[in-house]
Design a protein around this ligand. Structure first.
Ligand SMILES: Nc1ncnc2c1ncn2[C@@H]1O[C@H](COP(=O)(O)OP(=O)(O)OP(=O)(O)O)[C@@H](O)[C@H]1O
Length: 228
């Protein structure tokens, strides 16, 4: 499991006068659970892109348990993410034409041969996420099932952190609850740090700690409120 440290992070885009993200200091301990909330356009996805290294950070630093990813080249950042960060996105990012199983193992197969224990773990994760037919073509699954496949894929390489960007937003309530439950249960079982961007108040509550972004700034941190 990985701890997150952010300092002096500013994200600016061309044509915008003010930074869309401005975080002076933020720490999440290893194994911590965090909900990120905020209105549309408040900078939630930009924060996720910065801490996962999907976006290049020019101003400030992001470290995961001592590895400062903001000092790495884009290639090394991608390698760090592949090894350490499990991503679950709102729109799944699955590949049609491939089966549920093939989607789960694709990130490994793109770089090397799949080991026997990885194949077994993929089948295990598909079973615990409730995918009864691993060979079913991904485009024939329900949206809730697709997101459960994405959760299985995120966990395959035993990442130190799972980052989920609105994982339940495009699902109906029941499917969303099932995905939320899986993220909470599986990350707890494996001791994984868990960061979830969500509009779902019930899910945010269950994660324990919540930060609220307003115009790119952390305006509220439930842990600081609790500590006062
Ligand atoms: N590549 C970019 N170029 C210019 N502006 C951008 C870029 N990416 C994001 N922005 C702007 O930065 C601000 C924050 O966007 P961001 O997507 O992080 O918000 P969000 O809180 O995730 O919103 P939502 O809940 O609607 O997804 C918005 O005003 C957006 O228009």
């Amino acid at each position: 499991m990985l701890a997150l440290d952010v300092s002096g992070l500013r994200m600016q885009f061309p044509g915008l006068a003010a930074p869309v993200l401005s975080v002076d200091r933020f720490h999440l301990p290893a194994g911590g659970r965090l909900a990120i909330t905020g209105a549309s356009g408040s900078g939630k996805s930009t924060f996720v892109n910065a801490i996962t290294g999907l976006e290049d950070v020019r101003d400030g630093s992001v470290s995961w348990s001592g590895t400062e990813i903001t000092r790495l080249s884009a290639g090394r950042r991608d390698a760090f993410r592949a090894r350490n960060i499990g991503l679950v996105m709102q729109d799944f990012h699955l590949f049609p034409g491939l089966s549920a199983f093939e989607n789960v193992v694709l990130p490994i197969r793109l770089t090397r041969r799949l080991a026997v224990n990885e194949r077994e773990r993929a089948l295990y994760l598909l079973a615990v996420t409730g995918i009864a037919r691993p060979q079913q073509k991904i485009e024939t699954l329900s949206r809730g099932e697709m997101q459960r496949v994405a959760v299985a894929r995120a966990l395959l390489s035993r990442p130190g952190v799972i980052v989920a960007d609105e994982p339940t937003a495009s699902l109906d309530r029941q499917a969303g609850n099932e995905v939320a439950e899986l993220l909470l249960q599986l990350s707890a079982e494996e001791g994984t740090t868990l960061i979830v961007v969500t509009h779902d108040a019930a899910l945010a509550e269950r994660l324990g700690r919540r930060i609220n972004l307003v115009s790119g700034r952390i305006e509220e941190d439930s842990q600081e409120v609790a500590a006062q």
